[in-house]
Ligand binder design. Structure first.
Ligand code: GDP
Ligand code: MN
Length: 377
């Protein structure tokens, strides 16, 4: 999965002829100011953090400015942000348009239907997950012919667009479909799609390229915007480490157990954050590195779910206790462990001695970690 930053998505949009606000990328406050001073981006303008997480609008990562001084100020503030664990390094500056309405339009791959779906909603500008189902139109699309006339008309009706705006939508949907199909995307999302005078303008772009098709698109293989800083470090150290939105860290071994652990946490009301898969290792050096990486993500609590098969529970426990000693105070978190299998009694004893809540039952341990994380973010 290659998730593209907004500006990269918009470069694709531009290449396919989708209407966009005039804009440029900047990597420092000075550069941002120079762009407006030279008139490359008209004032007033919008300054947007180029991070992959959504909800920037609400999170202070999208700001408006009227003057070059305000641009520099906003750029400085946004570049200082760590937005949902991601340091902001790039900004997109765009002319500020007078928006009449904000709509939602996307093409996504629905894995359960095994088809692309066209999703539209008149309630754009907020995350689609928070929109009432009755306000969303979802149409499965046959992948060979692409969007038909009646599907596009149904979308226009759902969005309340007619006349010139209806025709603008028709053209836009054709372009989006071309992107989706030719670029092998699994998601092409425009949220908001803005009604600006007689036209439609894509104010945001979220494009995800299907990894399995990357051999057809070598240009995307180079882009690794979708790895967070910690994920990048983990990759270099060959640790399987993924950052999600939640606040509970998960350490497990084996992909199957790791995935199942995330599901169970979710089922008991927990929100999984960073998870890492120790795989078959009990190498104390590797366990320590993984654990320190986990700490840097500042989880509210960590759940350790280990099955000792080839790996021995006592060796993993020893490695963890050693690793815990190296975690700086400010990065400490409550730890709940469930460790079963080979040498489990020894493992549990070692952990308990180090003050780790160590339980055998899955449900009990999951409940313990969910409550340990409760109220902390
Ligand atoms: P997201 O919150 O991360 O999805 O970021 P968006 O790119 O969707 O921007 C958030 C919000 O900023 C949008 O829903 C708009 O309300 C607002 N916004 C972005 N660009 C413009 C613009 O050119 N003019 C105006 N008035 N508002 C804008
Ligand atoms: Mn958006």
């Amino acid at each position: 999965m290659v998730k593209l930053a907004e500006w990269r998505g918009k470069e694709i949009f531009r290449a396919y002829g989708i209407p966009l606000p005039k804009g440029q990328v900047a990597r420092s406050a000075g550069e941002a100011r120079a762009l407006v001073e030279r008139g490359e981006v008209p004032l007033p303008c919008v300054i947007k953090a180029q991070v992959l997480a959504g909800g920037r609008g609400k999170g202070g990562a999208v700001r408006f400015a009227q003057t070059p001084a305000e641009v520099a100020e906003a750029a400085t503030a946004i570049l200082a942000l760590e937005f949902k664990g991601e340091q902001v390094k790039e900004l997109l500056l765009e002319e500020k348009l007078a928006i009449e309405r904000e709509l939602y339009v996307s093409l996504a791959l629905d894995r359960s239907l095994r088809l692309p779906v066209l999703i539209v909603s008149p309630k754009g500008g907020v995350e689609i997950e928070s929109v009432e189902e009755t306000e969303i139109l979802r149409l499965p699309i046959h992948p060979f012919p692409g969007l038909s006339g009646y599907e596009k008309r149904a979308a226009a009706r759902a969005l309340g667009l007619s006349g010139a705006l209806g025709r603008a939508l028709d053209a836009l949907l054709d372009r989006l479909w071309e992107i989706f199909a030719r670029e092998d995307a699994e998601l092409v999302e425009v949220n908001p799609l803005a009604v600006v005078g007689p036209g439609l303008v894509a104010l945001d772009a979220k494009v995800i390229i299907e990894d399995d098709a990357s051999f057809r698109h070598p240009q995307y293989a180079e882009i690794r915007d979708d790895r967070t800083e910690l994920e990048e470090i983990a990759r270099e150290k060959e640790i399987a480490f993924v950052q999600l939105d939640g606040n509970i860290g998960v350490i497990a071994n084996g992909a199957g157990l790791t995935m199942a652990t995330l599901d169970v946490l979710q089922q008991f009301g927990g929100r999984p954050g960073v998870f890492l898969d120790l795989g078959g290792t009990d190498d104390p050096r590797k366990v320590t590195e993984a654990f320190l990486l986990m700490a840097r993500a500042r989880p509210a609590a960590v759940f350790l779910n280990i099955f000792g098969g080839v790996t021995r529970c006592d060796t993993v426990a020893k490695g963890l206790v050693e690793a815990m000693k190296q975690v700086p105070d400010r990065e400490r978190f409550p730890l709940v462990a469930r460790i079963r299998g080979n040498n489990e009694d020894e493992g549990i004893a070692i952990l308990r001695e180090a003050g780790v809540t160590s339980l055998r039952d899955l449900k009990e341990s999951v409940q313990a970690v969910v409550s340990a994380a409760g109220g902390r973010t």
